[in-house]
Write a new protein. Structure first.
Length: 276
C-alpha cells in the first residue's frame, strides 16, 4: 500500500514576481499552537509539517482533542499561530481572507435572509466591481449545483438542516477560494443526508478542483473523498502521525470503491492507527 509522509517537493517557479513551488498550494511549516493556562502552557500542536498540493483533496482524522479543528481555524486565519508558519502559494497568511473558503459543521446562515442573499454576502465582498446580475448569476449557479435552484428566495430559517448545509457549500464555492476548508460539515446530519451531501460536494469539487482540506471522524467518508488521508497523533503536542495515499481514480462512485479490494486495506490501516 502506498504510504508516504510528503510528496516530492516540486521545482520553484516565479509568477508575477512571486516565488512559489509550482504544485504546493498550502504549506504548514513547524506549526505550533499553545494556550496559556493557570498551570502553565498547554501545547495543542507542535512540529506539525504538511504540504498540500494544488487541486488535492485531503481529509484529516484523529481522536477528539488532537487539535484538528484548531489547525483548520489557524489555516482559516481565525486563530493566531503560536509558532511556525502557514502559507498559501508561499504567501504567509495574516488573518481571514477570500483565498480560503470555510464550510463549518453548522452553516451559520443569517436566518432572516434568503438562500440567495446568504450566498450573496460573500460574493459581494469578493467581487465588488461585478455587475449586480453577474453576482446574482454566480450565486444562482452554485445554489443550483447543490440542488436548491427552486429555493433562491426561501429564508434560511425555513430550510432543513441538510438544506442549510447545502447553502453553506454553495456559499464557500461561490467566492472562488484557492483553498476550501471543511470542519466536519456533515457531522450533525443523519446518514442518508450525509451521503447525499458527500455526493453533492464531490460533484462540485470534481468540476472546480479547488484544493480542499476536510476534518472528519468518519473513516469511510475520509476514504471516499480524499486523495490523501492525514492521521494526527493524540494530544497534547499533536502532530502528523501518518499519511495514507488513496489511489482510487476520479470521478469515483461509492459502489465501485466499496467493491474495490484496496478499500478494506485502507480502512483497516486507518482504524488500526486510531485504535493505537
Amino acid at each position: 500500500m502506498a504510504l508516504k509522509t510528503q510528496h516530492k517537493r516540486p521545482d520553484i517557479i516565479i509568477e508575477n514576481g512571486i516565488q512559489y513551488t509550482s504544485k504546493v498550494m498550502l504549506d504548514l511549516n513547524d506549526l505550533k499552537k499553545v494556550y496559556p493556562t493557570p498551570n502553565g502552557d498547554y501545547v495543542v500542536l507542535e512540529n506539525l509539517n504538511l504540504q498540500i498540493m494544488k487541486e488535492e483533496f485531503v481529509t484529516i482524522i484523529g481522536h477528539s482533542g488532537c487539535g484538528k479543528t484548531t489547525m483548520l481555524s489557524m489555516i482559516a486565519g481565525l486563530n493566531p499561530i503560536s509558532g511556525g508558519s502557514i502559507s498559501v502559494l508561499s504567501n504567509p497568511i495574516k488573518g481571514p481572507g477570500p483565498d480560503r473558503g470555510v464550510i463549518f459543521q453548522s452553516p451559520s446562515l443569517m436566518p432572516w435572509l434568503t438562500t440567495l442573499e446568504n450566498v450573496m454576502l460573500g460574493v459581494r465582498q469578493v467581487f465588488p466591481h461585478a455587475k449586480k446580475k453577474e453576482r446574482e448569476d454566480i450565486c444562482k449557479y452554485y445554489l443550483s449545483k447543490v440542488g436548491l435552484d427552486g429555493s433562491f428566495h426561501k429564508k434560511a430559517s425555513e430550510l432543513s438542516q441538510g438544506m442549510q448545509q447545502r447553502v453553506g457549500i454553495a456559499r464557500a464555492f461561490a467566492i472562488k477560494p484557492k483553498v476550501l476548508l471543511l470542519d466536519e460539515p456533515f457531522g450533525m446530519l443523519d446518514s442518508l443526508t450525509r451521503g447525499e451531501l458527500q455526493d453533492v460536494l464531490i460533484e462540485i469539487w470534481n468540476k472546480e478542483k479547488i484544493t480542499a482540506v476536510m476534518i472528519t471522524h468518519d473513516v469511510d467518508e475520509a476514504i471516499f473523498l480524499a486523495d490523501r488521508v492525514v492521521m494526527m497523533t493524540s494530544g497534547p503536542s499533536a502532530k502528523i502521525g501518518d499519511i495514507l495515499d488513496i489511489d482510487f481514480q476520479r470521478p469515483r462512485s461509492r459502489k465501485s470503491i466499496i467493491e474495490h479490494d484496496d478499500y478494506y486495506k485502507y480502512r483497516k490501516h486507518l482504524i488500526d492507527f486510531l485504535e493505537h
